[in-house]
Design a protein around this ligand. Structure first.
Ligand SMILES: [Zn+2]
Length: 68
């Protein structure tokens, strides 16, 4: 799957994103990456999402992996 980063600004500062980490598009600023990590819930965050009844995989990726 090709991700066009031009379509996704950094979720925290609005600059052009260069990374997709912790289910968030972020720029290359370590502060933004850290914010993404915290927002995701840190290590084990995906288990919290599961506990909250939220999909572990971001919707757009889930759609991609759902094909059999
Ligand atoms: Zn940023």
């Amino acid at each position: 799957m090709a991700i066009n980063f031009d379509d996704y600004p950094c979720q925290f500062c609005g600059k052009k994103s260069t990374n997709f980490v912790f289910a968030a598009f972020v720029c290359d600023d370590p502060e933004c990456i850290e914010k993404a990590r915290i927002e995701r819930g840190g290590p084990g965050g995906h288990m919290k999402r599961k506990a909250a009844g939220m999909p572990i995989i971001p919707e757009e990726l889930e759609e991609f992996t759902d094909k059999e």
